[in-house]
Design a protein around this ligand. Structure first.
Ligand code: COA
Length: 326
């Protein structure tokens, strides 16, 4: 049984936060943010908008494209590090919002690699015949875990969601492979110290000492990201006896233009074969690849038979790749 992406969707908050507006919040400049990251603006969720809000909307759009009815969905995976609640899972809330009453639903925590991990799990369910239609969603509201006084991090992240419907298929237009990797020795280079069991939200020090916010060693993360994304992409090429010349489009995790450039250079891909939208959305963690995939798909950038490489890296560390014959 092959596995095919039959629908893509994305949903983003309406509010745009520009670099010029950030200049009013922290000691930064549009020039610094643009040259060091490539980001010009990001979307910020409004009060009353939650991770499940955008997840469900992205899923609806993907299901409409796939022609999939809510009751046909067997499994809902929501990749997120910013769930609505510690429990229940955001996936169960999305199930309720969609009316997907026959689905099993769970969240997946793999930070910015969450969507690739989700594809990998969905692939196994479909190939084994354990499910027929699956929603894999990446959705984040990172604006609620960043410290808006910390210029090192607050300029980098944004909110939004992307989703795909995956189905079993006999045809050639299919997911060729997924590869996932973890390196837990560096878990503390990119993480959110607060609100879990180590620094519970019930301990007043968690808030008072700022442990609630995402924290990152940017330089170290940068170096690991370039190496790991290159490795993950090369694993996909080797497993399919392909070379970089065969890749029609690369959709990398949208964290930083310089990471994207270094990864494409390592693979020998020109910018004409790399899709980016991080200038408009910043780093939306698990949502970044499915949002970009949906935009590339709707813009007609992906032609049938195009070999699409998706590659991610994130906190954990986690990393991985997915190769698709579109
Ligand atoms: N505006 C202005 N100056 C800033 C700034 C900002 N928003 N953020 C940091 N700086 C300053 C630093 O304080 C530092 O100043 P100093 O030299 O006086 O101490 C200087 O800029 C250089 O900082 P540095 O960390 O060396 O910059 P960099 O070129 O490595 O870029 C990142 C910083 C965060 C953009 C970069 O390291 C990065 O993108 N890392 C990976 C982040 C990422 O993608 N994480 C998610 C992975 S999934």
């Amino acid at each position: 049984m092959n596995v095919r992406i039959t629908g893509t969707g994305s949903a983003l908050p309406g509010k745009i936060l520009t670099n010029a507006e950030l200049e009013q919040l922290v000691d930064t400049s549009d020039e610094w943010i643009t040259t060091r990251t490539g980001i010009k603006e990001r979307r910020i969720a409004a009060e009353g908008e939650y991770t499940s809000t955008f997840a469900a909307e992205a899923a609806r759009r993907a299901m409409t494209m796939a022609g999939a009815l809510p009751e046909e969905i067997d499994l809902i995976i929501v990749a997120t590090v910013t769930p609505d609640f510690p429990f229940p899972s955001t996936a169960c809330i999305v199930q309720d919002l969609l009316g997907a009453s026959n689905a099993t639903a769970f969240d997946l925590s793999a930070a910015c690699s969450g969507f690739i991990y989700g594809l990998s799990i969905a692939e196994k369910y479909l190939r084994s015949g354990s499910a027929r239609k699956i929603l894999v969603i990446g959705s984040e509201i990172l604006s609620r875990v960043v410290d808006w006084k910390d210029r090192n991090t607050c300029v980098l992240f944004g909110d939004g969601a992307g989703a795909v419907v995956l189905e079993g298929s006999e045809g050639d237009h299919s997911l060729l492979s997924t590869h996932t990797f973890s390196n837990g020795t560096h878990w503390n280079l990119l993480y959110q110290p607060g609100s879990g069991s180590r620094n519970p939200a019930t301990d007043p020090r968690t808030i008072a000492e700022g442990r609630i916010y995402l924290t990152m060693e940017g330089n170290d993360v940068f170096k690991h990201a370039v190496r790991a994304m290159g490795e993950a992409a090369e694993a996909a090429l080797a497993a399919n006896s392909l070379s970089a010349a065969d890749i029609g489009l690369l959709i990398p995790h949208q964290a930083n233009q310089r990471i994207v450039d270094a990864t494409s250079k390592r693979l020998g891909l020109g910018s004409d074969r790399v899709f980016t939208n991080l200038d408009r959305y910043g780093n939306t963690s698990s949502a970044s690849i499915p949002i970009a995939l949906d935009e590339a798909n709707r813009q007609g950038v992906l032609k049938p038979g195009c070999k699409l490489m998706m590659v991610a890296f994130g906190g954990g560390f986690t990393y991985g790749s997915a190769l698709v014959n579109w």
